[in-house]
Design a binder for this molecule. Structure first.
Ligand SMILES: Cc1ncc(C[n+]2csc(CCOP(=O)(O)OP(=O)(O)O)c2C)c(N)n1
Length: 635
């Protein structure tokens, strides 16, 4: 594929140098490059295609890195990466040791602020803008925020303070009417109203321009209007919620008309107050499959460009699908069961539920804190709410789980999807903290099933056997292959192998399959190894500790943070019981985990079958009862 214009772009200065007539061709090349790369690497497609002209306009009007662009969520920053000197690394996006699929401080001077989670850009840009002022530095801080991200509470906290930010703060609202699926809530409806009145805003805009150009009187009239309380003022000023909050509102403008966007951005630079520029875009623009079905092409795995179909179709039912199916079944027998999502209907497997039980389904927008407290309210009045959420996005609702749910012992069920490593989305998205933070919360019961059947079983136990809050956490993807001689009991734990062996590997969740493979390899080498699989990881059944006491060496393997994880806890409990053998915890040490496939990352962390077997061998070779220093946990 040829990219004659894009190949010349070494940085934002080269984008500025292009003649206006060349911009459509540059945009076409950018689209082509994004489609081609995402089709082979997977990634975020529709949002990037919708932001092509906007990104080009931003780089023509502003001067990065002096002007700092903050991408909300950051999933739509691919075009920005292509225009800021990362064209030649772009083929490595989201791959192990390649560039990230999100902006990352450290990856480029053109990424002044990192992201992955939603609704942070306005606060971050306000901070950057204020710091520039205090340090006497030139330049703007520009938050580019989607209408979906604007549904998050943090975005409002940002806007609430943005009106008194310095004039070098600009918010660009990239409004495509879509979150991942259709945007929801009052703000989405409000933006519809603004969009439906282009003539009104045109007249307002013309009046503003005339006033600004009238020498002396113009300014006076404008000030008088702003200060007055009459109807004319309401017509011309403070006519949008953004103006009421102290921002200058500019727009709406067609976000695919680069020249028009450039004009408006240039005005925003000159207004002398924090401004919000409202840009209307089409998610998936330029790739018909994505334009027609932007939700399905928001985040994609590898696909055929010609047909739009996935290159590797999913062979088995995913954990998310099993969750959704089980929930529908349970809801058919229990009218109290409700499902709540924070803008992740499809990702969490709730599409069927949302259609079958419309009145019991709540998409609350990207509002995880609200989702938890709303669920608590439902539970307090007798409903049985299930909040389906990705592990990583639940992090921001920690206080709500503590203060609103657990403390009041309310029965909210957390269906925690994407628990453990998620792979290519990288460090902002790995679900490696939930076990450690849930472990700190009294009254919380936590299940971590290893198979889809176990997930269904755990959900039913959560509905009918447990008092108080329950979390059921499960990984991305499908049930891993397990050996034929494994017979699940669907209890709180399973022992694979004999209770008389020397070595015990203890684990839970997805790693059970890896541990079993490791055990079988080691058995073939003459070691005597069994695997204890925990299903309920909080509280751990006392029988598990009793069982473990019979072994001389215990290896706890965990796909989550070591600090605060189950392994440390298990180890401490064994110490209290006087366990005199050797105990090793293998988990994620004090670090974040970069992007790469789950398989690669598990190997890197030595948590795959090979790595687990290797750890056991190390513990058994030269120094049979000594462990590698950094692996040993004193008990
Ligand atoms: C806290 C949080 N919850 C959920 C997500 C998952 N997510 C990623 S992008 C997105 C939709 C964002 O919509 P919008 O801001 O309008 O951007 P668009 O993709 O439409 O350009 C969601 C829900 C997230 N990144 N962060």
């Amino acid at each position: 594929m040829d990219y004659p214009l894009l190949d010349q772009i070494k940085g934002p200065e080269d984008v500025k140098r292009l003649h206006t007539d060349e911009i459509p061709a540059l945009c076409a090349e950018l689209r082509q490059k994004v489609i081609q790369t995402v089709s082979s690497n997977g990634g975020h497609l529709a949002s990037n295609l919708g932001a092509v002209e906007l990104t080009v306009a931003l780089h023509r009007v502003f001067s990065s890195p002096k002007d700092q662009i903050v991408w909300d969520v950051g999933h739509q920053s691919y075009v920005h990466k292509l225009l800021t000197g990362r064209m030649h690394e772009f083929a490595s996006i989201r791959q192990l040791n390649g560039i990230s699929g999100f902006p990352q401080i450290g990856e480029s001077v053109h990424d002044p602020y990192g992201a992955g989670h939603s609704s942070t850009s306005i606060s971050a840009a306000a901070g950057l803008a204020a710091a520039k002022r205090m340090r006497g530095e030139d330049g703007f801080a520009i938050a580019v925020v989607g209408d979906g991200a604007l549904t998050g509470g943090l975005a409002f906290e940002g806007i609430n303070n943005a009106g008194r930010a310095p004039e070098n703060l600009i918010i660009v609202l990239n409004d495509n009417k879509m979150s991942i699926s259709k945007n929801v809530g009052a703000i989405a409806r409000y933006l519809m109203v603004i969009r439906s009145k282009p003539i009104y805003f045109k007249i307002k805009d013309i009046a503003e321009v005339i006033l600004a150009h009238l020498p002396f009187f113009g300014k006076k009239i404008r000030t008088a209007l702003v200060l007055s309380k009459n109807a004319v003022k309401n017509y011309l000023y403070h006519s949008t919620i953004f103006e009421e909050m102290g921002l200058i509102y500019l727009g709406p403008v067609d976000g695919h008309d680069t020249e028009a966007v450039e004009r408006l951005l240039n005005r925003a630079k000159k207004v002398g107050r924090p401004a919000l520029v409202h840009v209307l875009t089409v998610k998936g623009k330029g790739y018909p499959f994505a334009e027609q079905n932007p939700g399905a092409y928001h985040g994609v795995s590898r696909f055929h460009v010609e047909t739009g179909t996935a290159l590797v179709p999913v062979s088995h039912e995913t954990f998310s699908a099993v969750f959704g199916r089980t929930l529908c079944l349970a809801a058919s027998n229990n009218p109290n069961i409700c499902a709540i999502t924070a803008a992740m209907t499809s990702g969490t497997g709730l599409t069927d539920f949302s259609k079958q039980y419309k009145d019991r389904f709540f998409d609350v927008g990207i509002a995880e804190e609200h989702a938890v407290v709303f669920s608590a309210g439902l539970a307090a009045n007798g409903m049985l709410p299930v909040f389906a959420v990705y592990s990583t996005f639940l992090q921001r609702a920690y206080d709500q789980i503590v203060h609103d749910v657990a403390l009041q012992n309310l029965k909210v069920i957390f269906a925690i999807d994407r628990a453990g490593l998620v792979g290519e989305d990288g460090q902002t998205h790995q679900g490696i903290l939930d076990v450690a933070f849930l472990n700190t919360i009294p009254k919380m019961t936590v299940y971590s099933p290893s198979t889809a059947d176990e997930l269904s079983n755990d959900l039913l136990a959560a509905f009918y056997e447990i008092d108080g809050p329950v979390a059921v956490r499960y990984p991305k993807g499908t049930t891993p292959a397990l050996p034929k001689d494994y017979c699940p009991t669907y209890r709180h734990y399973d022992l694979y192998g004999s209770g008389q062996a020397d070595i015990l590997i203890v684990t839970y969740g997805r790693l059970f399959a890896e541990a079993v493979r490791a055990a079988n390899r080691l058995r073939a080498e003459g070691l005597s190894v069994s695997v204890l699989k925990l299903n309920r990881i909080k509280p751990i059944d006392e029988v598990c500790f009793e069982t473990a006491m019979f072994f001389s060496q215990i290896y706890f393997v965990e796909e989550g943070m070591r600090s605060g994880g189950v392994g440390e806890l298990f180890c401490a409990r064994m110490a209290e019981r006087g366990f005199a053998g050797q105990f090793t915890v293998a988990a994620i040490e004090d670090r974040f985990v970069q992007h790469g496939s789950v398989k690669e990352l598990l190997a890197l962390l030595q948590l795959d079958a090979k790595g687990i077997a290797e750890r056991v061998r190390r513990g058994n070779s030269k120094y049979p009862h000594r462990l590698h220093a950094e692996e040993r946990l004193p008990i």
